[in-house]
Design a protein around this ligand. Structure first.
Ligand code: BDR
Ligand code: CA
Length: 313
């Protein structure tokens, strides 16, 4: 089983990704680190803790709070229209007595990388600020981490927050640039594949009748929180009762080999431009020379992805 730290800005699809990861039984979740993004970091921490309690795991998985702001920029507005003002579709779930650990996310990542001796896998589902801080503190980190799966970027498709940029990269382009250039072994799961992987209301309806009885509350929460996400995608893109599985697909890529096909591409992150800020630019020329080689998700077996995801509940 891969030993995984999930780094999340726990919004609606992050919550599903976390619930899938802990319910799949196919990964050892070493801890979860939080980051600003969909919501302020304190709320991301709180949502993570509550989601773990809902999964019956209160006190079992350490949660470490991370960055409240990007590496060099400032943020004071959050996309409440995408994830709701509480980040989980304005659905209320019970509070938990578990508190975050007394160790910041960057230190938590560094310590676990050391202790797990080359076995640690990081799955990053938000801005890459925590990983960037960890790299700044420990330049040896790339040789200590087995692999990093990143939900981010749009390589051959348009962006989702600007014409060219995907939200997680755009939200801290300097951090993304640092991480991509760091020498970490990386797989980028971007909009190229996540937009092909759609969760429909019919999937949730099926799950309500087929899920294990112990997962009824979890599935109820997924159904309720997804309503907010479906509405956003309806208004933004005209989708009908469905939404792309950005973060869940990234966890799937980490624990289910073969679901996402990748290709090594030389990649750069635009940090200077106005129209192209946060764009993930692959050198697609015959003889690519610009950028850092990373594995990029280029194709997905979406049917298999959905089947695996749903069967965890
Ligand atoms: C990414 O942005 C966030 O809204 C989602 O949680 C996902 O990580 C998609 O661009
Ligand atoms: Ca996310």
């Amino acid at each position: 089983k891969p030993k995984i730290i999930i780094d999340a800005d726990t919004g609606i699809d992050d919550a599903l990704a976390i619930l899938y990861a802990v319910k799949s039984g196919k990964a050892d979740i070493v801890g979860i680190t939080s980051v600003f993004g969909n919501i302020p970091v304190e709320l991301a921490t709180e949502n993570t803790l509550k989601v773990l309690k809902l999964a019956g795991l209160e006190g079992h998985i350490p949660v470490s709070q991370g960055a409240a702001q990007p590496l060099v920029r400032k943020v004071d507005v959050f996309p409440t229209f995408v994830h709701g003002s509480n980040g989980i579709g304005d659905v209320e779930i019970p509070n938990t007595a578990q508190r975050p650990v007394d160790e910041a996310a960057a230190d938590f990542i560094i310590r676990n990388a050391d202790e797990l001796r080359g076995e640690l896998v990081v799955v990053a589902l938000g801005r890459l600020t925590n990983l960037a801080h960890a790299l700044q503190k420990d330049p040896e980190l790339p040789s200590k981490i087995k692999h990093v799966y990143i939900m981010g970027g749009a390589v051959r498709v348009p962006g989702n927050i600007t014409p060219t940029a995907e939200a997680n990269i755009w939200g801290d382009p300097e951090a993304a640039d640092l991480v991509i250039k760091s020498g970490l072994s990386i797989t980028l799961i971007g909009l190229d594949v996540t937009l092909q992987t759609m969760l429909h209301q019919s999937h949730l309806d099926g799950l309500k009748t087929s899920c294990k009885s112990e997962n009824r509350d979890v599935v109820g929460f997924l159904n309720d929180s997804m309503q907010f996400y479906f509405n956003f995608y309806h208004e933004a893109d005209g989708y009908n009762q469905c939404a792309p599985l950005h973060d869940p697909l990234t966890v799937l890529a980490a624990i289910e080999p073969g679901v996402v096909q990748t290709e090594v591409l030389k990649l750069s992150v635009e940090t200077q431009g106005e129209v192209c800020l946060g764009m993930t630019v692959a050198d697609l020329r015959e003889k690519p020379s610009v950028g850092t080689p990373v594995n990029v998700g280029v194709q997905v077996d979406a049917e298999r992805a959905l089947e695996l995801l749903l069967s965890a509940f």
